[in-house]
Ligand binder design. Sequence first.
Ligand code: ADP
Ligand code: MG
Length: 379
Amino acid sequence: MHNNVQMEAPVIVEDVTDNVPSDIPSSRPLVPLVEVAAEERQRAIISSQKDDDARSDGVELANEDHDDEPAADGSISDAAVAELEASMYGLQIIRNADLEELRELGSGTFGTVYHGKWRGTDVAIKRIKKSCFAGRSSEQEKLTKDFWREAQILSKLHHPNVVAFYGVVPDGTGGTLATVTEFMVNGSLRNVLLRKDRLLDRRKKLIIAMDAAFGMEYLHSKSIVHFDLKCDNLLVNLRDPQRPICKVGDFGLSRIKRNTLVSGGVRGTLPWMAPELLNGSSSRVSEKVDVFSFGIALWEILTGEEPYANMHCGAIIGGIVNNTLRPPIPKNCEPEWRQLMEQCWSADPDIRPSFTEVTDRLRAMSSTLQAKGQSQGNK
Ligand code: ADP
Ligand code: MG
């Protein structure tokens, strides 16, 4: 897999690429290193909301629970702080004792995802690595903030194509934090493309692409930009052989869009990152970065392959920025799918369609396919 490819020192295209460490694989997300003023304002808004929420929800939750006695030295335990934070954000608290871990599903930079049971029912548990929280370095504080940001964003989203959030676990073993979400039986779409490629016919690929686009249309309607859309972060359930289900997951890098400016920093995973994220034109960064990523995801769904699997980091950055690099489209690709992909990964964000347009076009393709199927069936 392309994760194994260790990248060489990247070419310096613009100063933002200085942030790319020389040894990271291109499939690992680049986390933002520059926080912009807009985000600082957003944080200020969230913290003032926090105070309001604390007044409305805090009392009830504080009364509910008497487990968290102060530690022997009089300080409040990490779990108690986390619990307070959760109640301030209005997040449901799930007790570690009510969770059972069954199997590890995946492990990333920030933690490990498990299939587990919450009082007997299937859930996914995402535990943040303990090392991320040991000590008090600014990097660890940032990871803690990212954890709460992901939980807060997820908790506000309610859509059939966005993974459902159940709550946070403030009292994990060794002071770890965890989120509990809906369990998707077949894991990531990347998993499925790797193992079960032949099982996905055109109809199913179209349904999966439509589901992902519906989820993204909803996110953008809520002014959430995902920033890390790819088949690794799309989750699937293929139990019904007629109707695959796909949902958007992993909101670790997502941000709430304020005004027009989204970010001044670099984030995402290289092959899925729009040129404006890599060439320093941060004023052009908008929700359209997700549409670019979706174009690459459409190619993954079509081919089952990983983009630029054998290329090095530097060459990928250079190629995307120069707009000389896009995944090769197979000859037998239907023209509508090709046009949609190409328009999604246009260099110019204004040429990329909105997700509303993407869903319309995918729906039209689906109707055509159905009509064809019926006429063939009638022959
Ligand atoms: P990260 O990429 O930050 O490590 P993700 O949320 O993308 O975290 O999860 C990592 C992997 O764990 C996914 O690619 C997927 O294979 C699996 N996974 C995550 N959430 C779920 C879920 N709700 N149901 C099933 N599998 C999941
Ligand atoms: Mg992920």
